[in-house]
Design a protein around this ligand. Sequence first.
Ligand code: FPP
Length: 243
Amino acid sequence: MQDVPNHVAIIMDGNGRWAEERGLKRSAGHKEGGKTLEKLALYAKKMGIKILSVYAFSTDNFKRSQEEVDFLMNLLIYYFNEKLDKVCKEGVKIIFSGREKPLREDVLKAMHNITQKTINNDACILNICLNYGGQEEIVDASLKIHEDIVNGTLNPHKLNRDNFYKYLYQDLPPIDLLIRTGKEHRLSNFMLYQSFYAEIYFTDIYFPDFLETDFEEAVAFFKKRDRRFGNVKTNCKNSANKL
Ligand code: FPP
């Protein structure tokens, strides 16, 4: 039996379909998804999960209509400036993963403000992946590594799969449990490096309908997994970190 996962990640999919099936605009689904995230962040803390990473907006989401992109950006600003207040007060530290360009100035400002506001919080971490791509993260890490080799601060022969993490957007431990809501069974370019030994939980439930009890069910699924990390014995370790 595994302990509670240390790092949980969620691909919050199905907001658009949730709305369309109710004859509503896709934006209504994102709004409802925001409320769900707020509840889940508080519940993660309650369950003793130390890190919750969520896929809020991918680099590829810029392909959507300007109307939807604008709505999402404004919704994110509203959440960072006001709606996540309870989450901040509960001691959750909010950090971001992703590229800054081409995010709007007002979005970057709201991201900066909430990061600063919660910088000393230590109950748990909410890592919001915004303008994020997993392949882009590995490419960006490679560029930083190249820079450090050129300026002499990194001996390339000392680079390994553990210290590679410090070149990623955030130096977080590997993902233990990856949840994807909304019927699809794919990774969609999400935290590819960090999910190398993640247990993956797919559910048909659309994100706005994903309740605390569903979250609990996903964690119960994780607890029953026999994690071997390539070894043959059962229950080797609870985390994929520092193999
Ligand atoms: C995927 O559903 C969801 C998104 C692209 C946006 C997720 C954003 C939120 C939950 C809003 C609040 C977020 C924060 C961080 C406060 P989809 O639009 O791809 O759904 P579909 O597959 O049904 O079209």
